[in-house]
Design a protein around this ligand. Structure first.
Ligand code: ZN
Ligand code: ZN
Length: 212
């Protein structure tokens, strides 16, 4: 069994961190949040000889799911996640795209929705699913306890938190998700987020102005 490794591909004008998680030995992996620029994602997978097992989605915003159906068709993969509460967003990816002036985004039909406490995996790497509403009602976070790693999507950023002024957003719910679900995972847990640099949960617990 190899190590869990991650590569980030900024996609769409929102510079969303499409993330490839993969095993350093056998190169199996998953693609999290292919929001767009699918040819770029395919090229990165190809050049690094990644063997993709599935597409995982954190939430239904266009910059995270706009390219999911195209990537699914290109690679023959299932789309897993988010929580079904994001179905109103997933069914309206194309209208979200029009609002933000993005081309080529498509509505998204996941093969499987996730619930809080579900377990997903690829190869020998196992992730627990945390339902963390607030930024989006069906937002999920993927947590790997062995590697002390979480992909937190747009729930938490370094020094900030997800915006809640979009449809279905709720700031108090978001802060509760972070304090009750994310921070208890441990100060030493590293995270990748949907935009910008990742960090450590402990650093956010101590210094993030939205949490203190
Ligand atoms: Zn978002
Ligand atoms: Zn985003």
């Amino acid at each position: 069994m190899g190590q869990l490794n991650a590569g980030v591909i900024p996609v769409t004008p929102f510079q969303q961190n499409c993330t490839v998680l993969f095993d350093t030995d056998d190169k199996t992996g998953v693609i999290i949040d292919p929001g767009g620029d699918v040819p770029v994602i395919l090229d990165v997978l190809d050049r690094n000889k990644i063997l993709p097992a599935a597409i995982w989605i954190t939430h239904g915003h266009v910059d995270h799911v706009g390219g999911a159906m195209e990537l699914k068709e290109a690679l023959g993969l299932e789309i897993i996640g988010p929580h079904i509460a994001d179905r109103p967003l997933l069914d309206n990816v194309e209208s979200q795209a029009q609002r933000f002036g993005l081309a080529e985004a498509r509505n998204c039909s996941p093969d499987r929705f996730l619930e809080d406490g579900d377990v997903v995996s690829f190869g020998s790497h196992v992730f627990s699913v945390l339902h963390c509403p607030g930024h989006a009602p069906g937002h999920v976070v993927y947590f790997n306890a062995v590697a002390k790693f979480a992909h937190v999507g747009d729930v938490l950023f370094r020094g900030s938190v997800g915006r809640t002024d979009l449809a279905f957003g709720d700031h108090e719910t978001l802060i509760r998700s972070i304090k009750e679900k994310l921070l208890p995972l441990g100060d030493d847990v590293g995270f990748i987020c949907g935009h910008g640099p990742g960090g450590k949960l402990g650093e956010e617990r101590r210094t993030n102005p939205f949490l203190t």
